[in-house]
Design a protein around this ligand. Structure first.
Ligand code: BG6
Length: 482
């Protein structure tokens, strides 16, 4: 149901993130009636354009506008969209924004505000300062959405957090990790805590190892400037994959309250020692084997001779009674053979049994985050036929066939709606961020200084050759058919 009308000020309205994610998500929510029909969107950026030009730009970001219904909603959305052009480090622009916010509030009766910073880190604090000084309402609730990167390491993240904490309270800050808005990531808590069969075997006595994998088929393709500064560990592993790890590994939260959920996540992070260099494998993609696809260094936006990692695998250990001895292996990479994100919970061996010797494949629970959302459990069955032969097969829940009339919402729609409703569970709290940086910082510093070897792998491959041995070292056994 549509909530209260709340003006959304989108700072960085002409940037890439706004174009690809924020505007389409806002429109999706508006179009499907998830936000109030009177919701006003105020764009803000340095680009000097007038309103008609601005609206033209937004409409280009929206898909399927040939459908008359979509078009009608888009016209309405545009009708309620305005634009303020201003600098990021001077009050005058923010004063104009405040003026616009007030005008909208008078018109709609709204009291709360959502301020969305879709901005590069360099202007992060100046903008938050300008917003606090000029656009802070005392009539309702202020909510500030911030986007990664939240620093480069523990120290820089703390500097940022401190500067932000001087301006906004933690309950006003919504740090986005868009993986927390994904359907399957939101499903983890329900799967774990609402099914007796999983609840009772979710520990070191039953589980051998956990693998969380992120694979992209494309390389940096023109985004090399940003990427090279951060590398795959900061871009994907320290945030997106670590959020998944906390949800898989945390203890049962005391309640569904945002603070209880985040407390449980922080607790498990506290039990994870810093990752060590000998348990990290790095790679950078070279040209594809047939020479048709470019190497990372062929990307013109990548600095010459860069040693930045586009692939990383690392093992994590959780020193608590539930998990001690169970490695969590995280893998992520660009320019690989597949496009997919999945979680594999590999159970322990059966040992010798009635139907087999020690060679039986293990049970494995797979949660496929994307594409084609699915949950399946690999298990041993009787091979149909006259004999008593066994075969590994799956209990298979595929969303496309099970939930035919339901669509999976976009992660950004999920999170923006939560922010509008003031629901913070799926946003990153500052102590969570701090713990994640603590775990990664020492090895990141070594990587930055070139002290961790980076293997080359062909574009379109499974990653560095050593990856198979690496995961085997942590107890992972690949099933025959894969
Ligand atoms: C972003 C990273 O946070 O997540 C990108 O910066 C990555 O490098 C992207 O491609 C992946 O998101 P998704 O939703 O496409 O899996």
């Amino acid at each position: 149901a549509a909530g209260k009308a709340i003006p959304v000020a989108l700072l960085g309205a002409s940037g890439d993130l706004a174009k690809k994610k924020t505007f389409p998500a806002l429109f999706g929510l508006f179009r499907n009636g998830h936000i109030a029909p009177t919701t006003r969107i105020i764009g803000y950026s340095r680009t000097k354009i007038d309103r008609p030009d601005y609206l033209k730009r937004i409409s280009q970001y929206i898909k399927n506008t040939s459908d008359p219904q979509v078009k009608a909603m888009l016209d309405r959305f545009l009708d309620q969209s305005t634009y303020v052009s201003g600098l990021y480090d001077q009050d005058s622009g923010f004063q104009q924004l405040e003026h616009e916010l007030k005008r909208v509030e008078q018109e709609t009766g709204a009291q709360d505000r959502l301020l969305y910073m879709a901005l590069p880190p360099s202007v992060f604090i100046p903008v938050a300062t300008g917003l606090k000084r000029n656009c802070y309402t005392t009539k309702g609730i202020n909510r500030l959405i911030v986007e990664k990167p939240f620093g480069m390491d523990l120290e820089s993240s703390r500097v940022l957090s401190k500067a932000l904490a001087a301006l906004y309270r933690e309950d006003e800050i919504y740090r986005i990790d868009h993986y927390l808005g994904k359907e399957m990531v939101k499903n983890i808590m329900i799967l774990r805590f609402s099914n007796q069969i999983f609840r009772s075997c979710w520990d070191k006595d039953h589980i051998s190892n956990v693998q969380i994998t992120f694979k992209e088929k494309i390389g940096t393709e023109g985004r090399g400037g940003y990427f090279d500064e951060f590398g795959i560990v900061r871009d994907v592993m320290q945030n997106h994959l670590f959020q998944i790890l906390s949800l898989i590994a945390m203890e049962t939260p005391a309640s569904l309250n945002a603070e209880d959920i985040r407390n449980a996540k922080v607790d498990v992070l506290r039990a994870i020692p810093e990752v060590i260099e000998s348990e990290v494998l790095l790679g950078q993609y070279g040209r594809s084997e047939d020479g048709t696809l470019p190497s990372y260094l062929d990307d013109e936006t990548v600095p010459k001779g860069s040693k930045q990692a586009t692939f990383a695998a690392a093992a994590f250990h959780i020193n608590n009674p539930r998990w001690s001895g169970v490695p969590f292996v995280l893998k992520c990479g660009k320019a690989l053979n597949q496009q997919k994100v999945e979680i594999r919970i590999q159970f322990k061996d059966m040992g010798e049994g009635l139907f087999h010797k020690n060679d039986m494949a293990r049970n494995e629970l797979v949660i496929r985050v994307q594409p084609d959302e699915a949950v399946y459990l690999k298990m041993t069955q009787k091979l149909p036929g006259l004999g008593m032969e066994t075969v590994m097969s799956e209990l298979d829940l595929s969303y496309a066939s099970r939930f035919t009339n339901l669509s999976v919402p976009d992660a950004y729609e999920n999170l923006i709606l939560d922010a509008i409703l003031g629901e913070q569970s799926n946003f990153v709290r500052s102590d969570e961020l701090d713990e994640a940086w603590r775990i990664f910082t020492p090895v990141l510093h070594k990587i930055d200084r070139g002290l961790v070897p980076v293997e080359t792998y062909p574009y379109g491959s499974r990653g560095p050759e050593k990856v198979a041995d690496f995961i085997a070292r942590f107890g992972f056994e690949r099933h025959q058919q894969e």
